[in-house]
Ligand binder design. Structure first.
Ligand code: 4AD
Ligand code: MG
Length: 429
């Protein structure tokens, strides 16, 4: 019966058939140990010269790393094997013999691996990281589905900037400029007036001119937006969301975290409530720690690392100076120099994983902000309409999932958390 590695433990004692790739082979001439991967998992097959017909043994002998094969044999329980089973080989068929595979078990440089991303995906650590990503994406969809949010797919081609004009990717749209979306937020706000609770989850684009381990040019962002949700509720939603995703990864991705040798201590400690501090308090803490920073300055990677590392769990920083945040953020009623914005900073040096705010819902104030930020009014008329026809307080946030996945997996660089990273000046493969 044809099956997969993941299903093998349901076939102990039976004879099965599998298709996959050879990871590695050890052979003594009379007996060969094949490590086989089929996408669902890895298993060892033991081949004995005495028990195979000539064609099968010839196939075993000609297997090279990444050759494709079809094997048949009996499934035996084996406590020492990570999969819990081993295959006693009865037949082996070489489907395609791979020439020398560029990625061997020896160490390779990062740029070599990046250029071979299409092949690097097969490596154990890469598979573990991308499985965690897949689980996180599913957990995100489940989180919002269970809370009755409606999925609203925001457009990729847009006529206006959401997060500042310095990181726009411009393209030609029938003779007019269009930009790849930096965020779906502006399109979610009108949808919140139609459905109450909405979210979008898709690729976003930023022409970040700097090369850091925390920035991609193309990344996936999940963004909820909720009508009549004010700032306090927004902070609670962000906290609940992060706690829920961590729980899901701890629950379902144990094997992957083992492969990645992820120390779970901080993840397990990341339960609610998360510490909260205002931007002003954060500045005081930083100054007390000897950092040269004045009120009004934006945080860099160093400041974020310092702020979050003191607590051993994510931290919510709120009430930022209006001048360093986006045009749409609602002013703090107690101090209009500040806005009702929140950043969630992950510990262990991963920095900002979430950015969000309450939105300006007063028409005239929003109009003034658009002008102050010198944004082209024509492109925002429709956005102002939301404040014209039955305006309502509302709030939302965005989480870059690569930042979250990098943190939960403990991977130092975002490039391993997305199948095909887009980085500064690099778009191959
Ligand atoms: O803080 P940002 O810029 O917020 C927004 O775009 C809002 N419009 C979201 C909203 O309120 N609906 O970006 C949100 C998150 C960041 O916290 C970070 O996790 C991620 O997006 N992010 C990036 N991730 C990878 N590479 C980049 N270049 C990123 N820029 C932002
Ligand atoms: Mg931000």
């Amino acid at each position: 019966m044809k099956t997969t590695v993941a299903q093998l433990n349901q076939h102990i004692g039976e004879t099965i058939e599998l298709e996959g790739w050879l990871i590695k082979k050890r052979s003594s001439g009379k007996i060969a140990f094949l490590q086989v991967r089929d996408g669902s998992g890895e298993v060892q097959a033991v081949a004995s010269r005495a028990e195979l017909d000539d064609a099968s043994w010839a196939a075993v002998e000609s297997l090279t790393q990444e050759s494709t094969l079809r094997l048949g044999g009996a499934v035996r329980a084996d406590d020492r094997a990570p999969s819990g089973v081993e295959i006693h080989l009865a037949t082996c068929e070489l489907l395609d013999q791979s020439p020398e595979f560029p990625i061997s078990p020896k160490e390779h440089g990062v740029s070599f691996l990046a250029e071979n991303r299409h092949l690097w995906l097969r490596s154990r650590r890469q598979r573990a990281a991308l499985r965690v990503r897949s689980e996180v994406c599913q957990a995100i969809r489940d989180f919002f589905y269970e809370r009755d949010f409606v999925l609203i797919d925001s457009p990729i081609l847009t006529p206006a900037a959401c997060e500042g004009t310095s990181t726009l990717f411009e393209t030609d749209y029938f003779g007019n400029p269009a930009y790849l979306s930096q965020s779906g937020q502006l399109y979610l706000e009108p949808a919140a007036a139609a459905f109450g609770k909405v979210y979008c989850f898709g690729p976003t684009f930023r022409a970040e001119k700097s090369k850091t381990r925390r920035h991609l040019m193309e990344f996936w962002m999940v963004e909820p937006e909720v009508a009549f949700l004010e700032f306090g509720g927004l902070c609670e939603l962000a906290e609940e969301f992060v706690v829920s995703l961590i729980g899901r990864v701890l629950d379902r991705c144990g094997a992957e975290l083992d492969v990645l040798e992820r120390d779970r201590t901080v993840l397990e400690a990341s339960v609610a409530p998360f510490p909260r501090l205002t931007y002003s308090q954060a500045i005081e803490q930083l100054q007390a720690a000897g950092v040269e920073i004045e009120w009004g300055a934006d945080f860099g990677a160093e400041e974020e690392t310092l702020l979050a590392s003191q607590h051993g769990k994510p931290v919510l920083v709120t009430h930022f100076p209006a001048a360093i945040k986006a045009f749409y953020m609602e002013p703090d009623p107690d101090d209009p120099k500040q806005v009702l914005g929140v950043d969630v900073l992950a510990p262990e040096g991963y920095g900002e994983i979430i950015g969000g705010s309450q939105r300006i819902h007063d028409h005239d104030l929003l109009l003034r902000r658009i002008r102050e930020h010198e944004l082209p009014l024509e492109a925002f008329e429709w956005y102002l309409d939301i404040r014209k026809y039955g305006t309502f307080p509302h709030s939302g946030f965005g989480m870059g999932i690569e930042r979250f996945v990098a943190w939960v997996t403990g991977l130092p660089h975002l490039r391993e958390t997305i199948p095909y990273p887009r980085m500064l000046n690099k778009i191959y493969p």
